[in-house]
Design a binder for this molecule. Structure first.
Ligand code: NAG
Ligand code: NAG
Ligand code: NAG
Ligand code: NAG
Length: 242
């Protein structure tokens, strides 16, 4: 049964449509907000539009009514569900703003989320990111991200590449990252991370690259990191006190 508020929103939408005073795009956004478009693929499309990052003809390869799987940086599986978002040095002033505009809970099939955005993204990494249970690649380097690394990120068990380098992220490195048993690349360099290097990182047996340089970490490098036999690159220079 529709709630009173969704009925009233529907009435508002119908009135606006009758008046004819607003664009199709506005109707889409309002209808979306009212939850009138509800297939999983429509929810993904709606969640992409709400970010405002795909807003012009160029970003949407023609027009916003086109298939969102064809938009810049988007890749879908055969069912039309988004599996990759890859915006690399995407010159788009509209991207200025919160990472939180991207509603991670709408993308159950996302495997790769890369935004190399010329310092445009701000806000913190939402713990909702753990909804991305298929996620293998998370790259958000060189932005203006703040806050902490949510300890819930230890639930992203399929993660292979994690790059949050060159941001303004503080707090501790969560020991839960030691649960990311498939991780090959961990780049947290150039942030404001404090505290010790968690001993749990020595459980990351597939790790090839570990860069924790340019943070404010203290304490010793855990000798057990010597157990990481795949490691080819280990960088902990600068502010790490040994
Ligand atoms: C916009 O895209 C839709 C769906 O692909 C298409 O039917 C329509 O003709 C396009 N409109 C313009 C103006 O290109
Ligand atoms: C994200 O999407 C989910 C599922 O559609 C919805 O329940 C939730 O309210 C959305 N969150 C935000 C912040 O819009
Ligand atoms: C890690 O991040 C820094 C800063 O973004 C970058 O210079 C470096 O190439 C990245 N990769 C490795 C392997 O350290
Ligand atoms: C590690 O990160 C630092 C700072 O972000 C970067 O300058 C350095 O090149 C990286 N180290 C390696 C070995 O890639």
């Amino acid at each position: 049964m529709a709630s009173a508020s969704s009925v009233s929103r529907l009435v508002v939408i119908l009135i606006l449509i009758n008046v004819g005073a607003i664009s199709d795009k506005t109707i889409f956004v309002i209808a979306s907000a009212a939850g009138l478009l509800s297939s999983p693929v429509q929810l993904e499309r709606e969640a992409l539009l709400i970010t405002g990052w795909w807003y012009d003809n160029w970003a949407t390869s023609g027009n916003y009514t086109s298939d969102h799987c064809k938009w810049t940086g988007i890749r879908c599986n055969s069912a039309g569900s988004v599996i990759r978002v890859s915006l690399l040095w995407y010159e788009n002033d509209n991207m200025k703003g919160e990472l939180g505009r991207f509603n991670f809970s709408c993308f159950p099939n996302l495997k790769s989320f890369k935004i190399h955005s010329n310092y445009l993204l701000s806000g913190s990494i939402p713990s909702e990111i753990t909804a991305l249970s298929m996620l293998q690649t998370l790259e958000l380097p060189s932005s203006r991200l703040t806050g902490i690394i949510p300890s819930e990120m230890g639930r992203l068990r399929n993660l292979v590449r994690l790059d949050l380098s060159d941001n303004y992220i503080g707090g501790y490195i969560p020991p839960t990252l030691g649960r990311l048993s498939k991780l090959k690349i961990l780049n947290l360099s150039s942030n404001f991370l404090v505290g010790n290097i968690p001993l749990t990182l020595c459980h990351l047996s597939k790790l090839k690259i570990l860069n924790l340089s340019s943070n404010s970490l203290v304490g010793n490098i855990p000798p057990t990191l010597g157990h990481l036999t795949q490691l080819t690159t280990l960088a902990m220079s600068n502010k790490v006190a040994i």
